[in-house]
Write a protein that binds this ligand. Structure first.
Ligand code: HEC
Length: 210
């Protein structure tokens, strides 16, 4: 579990750690993120999207820059990439197929995402973090990006709770954490089961009458 959490969402590392924190962003990137809810391959979700929607987007440029400069001056944490996980060739091909069918229309065939709308999978340290509960949250409940004056689409991530069981979600997430040049630990099926219960997400539909 991440050190802190808000409303079932884990708060990410926003220190100047380049590999696993916010250090890959320039102050300009962070100002843009706080103003419109997205920058490069990152899109705000959950309580962060709410904070941007209801508050940060209305701050003036000078105040946003002061926040960004302060946050990016914080000393880097010591959070590092975890060792990766490798599926067998067959399983990897099966998961790529699942990704292509279910995810690629939005997240891109090479995990590149859509700028300002859908987060990238490739090279995104939110995807590879060892505090991966937000990924399970997104898969089970879906999530919506901030609706701001600049970005009005507020793209949505659909819930896959009805379509995938705990093992399928764990495997899909493990796959994206290690695809497209990423490197991340395996997502445990027990963590998915626990969160499905805690969040009250529905079970996979196994029969049209369910
Ligand atoms: C209809 C478009 C769409 C589809 C299909 C889709 N996603 Fe998403 N996904 C999004 C959007 C948009 C967001 C960002 C939502 C937000 O900011 O709240 C997102 C967010 C996520 C996140 C959270 C990323 C983060 O930075 O915390 C994960 C993980 C994710 N998607 C994985 C998947 C996987 C795996 C699939 C396929 C099984 C999939 N998505 C299918 C649009 C989609």
């Amino acid at each position: 579990m991440a050190p802190t959490s808000a409303g079932g969402w884990a708060s990410p590392d926003i220190t100047s750690n380049k590999e696993m924190g916010a250090g890959w962003m320039s102050p300009d990137d962070m100002v843009e993120y706080l103003k419109i809810g997205a920058t490069h391959g990152t899109v705000a979700s959950g309580p962060m999207a709410e904070a941007i929607e209801h508050s940060f987007q209305y701050l003036d440029e000078k105040d946003l820059r002061a926040i960004a400069t302060y946050v990016l001056s914080l000393p880097p944490s010591d959070l590092k990439k975890d060792p990766g996980f490798k599926f067998s060739k067959d399983k990897e091909a099966e998961e790529y197929h699942n990704y292509e069918v279910n995810c690629s229309a939005c997240h891109g065939v090479e995990g590149e995402g859509i700028k300002g709308m859908v987060p990238a999978i490739a090279g995104n340290n939110r995807i590879t973090t060892r505090y991966y509960t937000n990924l399970i949250h997104a898969m089970l409940m879906g999530t919506r990006a901030a609706h701001t004056q600049t970005l009005q689409t507020a793209a949505g991530m659909p819930s896959f709770a009805w379509k995938m069981d705990d093992q399928q979600i764990a495997d899909m997430l493990t796959y994206i954490r290690n695809a497209f040049g990423n490197q991340g630990s395996r997502v445990k099926v027990d963590d998915v089961a626990k969160m499905r219960k805690e969040l009250g997400a529905r079970q996979k539909v196994t029969n049209v009458k369910d």
